[in-house]
Design a protein around this ligand. Structure first.
Ligand SMILES: O=C(O)CCC(=O)C(=O)O
Length: 277
């Protein structure tokens, strides 16, 4: 027995809303939205492809994640020459193992491309991370962000995303901020509660962006070659410490400790980088 037979809900789709509209209708109530007409204006949209990345930094070693079936839990990180990595992701994959250049600050891995995009006005903080995702044929394990909001800005290729509101948590087999469920279709004999989960589904095309509110679960699937920047910025402590109904409170202190560890690690990396020159 496979998957979930409920009809997916539709994510609202808006053309370049004002910041006020975005905040009032989506950021403040915590509701996802797909926004067109912003990323499509970036120079990145006409530049980012394999040839461009190779010409800029093909010889550079970059950190890639090696993961089985899109599972971030248990993934390992290794170093690969960018040109070799791009050659791998431009081929049809074999088996369930994947490599993914992901979860790294764009400025750390490819600072040359940081001028190809602008920070969307919806990111209402000076403390944000712009994180790069370049790859193909990957399925990101369902997870949520316990620290704040995110905007997935798709530059090349297309992603299919499933989103689950926080009140669907009881059906998602939570382990910290990940679901134990890996890949699609979901085996309902192994994960019977998943059959009760109601989800939103959408496609994020090149030039579009998708807003993930804090504590909203999402699983992301990429078939073709794809490049994206995800902007992450923290929500207030009040929102982080008062999770919506469905997310058990016992995890919250753990998330807060993890956020300090991440920040400490990022700071240490920056210091090491500047010491090394
Ligand atoms: O784009 C992807 O592959 C994953 C993005 C994602 O899951 C996230 O931003 O949390």
């Amino acid at each position: 027995m496979n998957s979930n037979e409920k009809l997916p809900l539709q994510v609202d789709r808006l053309h370049a809303p004002s910041v006020e509209e975005f905040n009032k209708l989506y950021a403040e109530p915590g509701k996802p939205v797909l926004i067109t007409g912003v990323v499509s204006e970036w120079n990145a949209c006409s530049l980012w492809n394999t040839q461009y990345f190779n010409a800029l930094a093909g010889e550079r070693s970059v950190p890639v994640k090696r993961m089985r079936n899109g599972a971030y839990l248990g993934a390992s990180t290794e170093s690969m020459k960018l040109a070799d990595y791009l050659a791998v992701v431009n081929k049809e994959p074999v088996g369930s193992e994947r490599v993914y250049l992901s979860e790294r600050s764009v400025k750390d891995i490819l600072p040359e491309i940081a001028g190809d995009y602008t920070v969307p006005a919806y990111v209402n903080s000076t403390k944000f991370a712009a994180v790069g995702y370049i790859g193909s044929h990957v399925h990101s394990q369902i997870h949520f962000h316990p620290f704040g909001k995110a905007l997935l800005c798709q530059v090349t290729g297309r992603k299919r995303v499933k989103l689950f509101a926080p009140d669907q948590t009881p059906y998602l087999y939570q382990k910290l901020h990940f679901s134990k469920i890996e890949g699609e279709p979901v085996d309902l004999e192994e994960y019977p509660l998943y059959g009760k989960a109601q989800y939103y589904e959408c496609e994020v095309n090149a030039g579009e962006m998708l807003f993930f509110p804090i504590y909203w679960w999402h699983g992301v699937e990429t078939e073709e070659f794809s490049s994206a920047v995800v902007f992450f910025w923290d929500d207030s402590r009040k929102l982080r410490w008062l999770p919506p109904e469905g997310v058990p409170w016992r995890y919250v202190p753990l998330f807060e400790i993890m956020s300090w560890l991440f920040k400490g690690k990022r700071m240490l990396n920056r210091v090491l980088k500047s010491v090394r020159g």
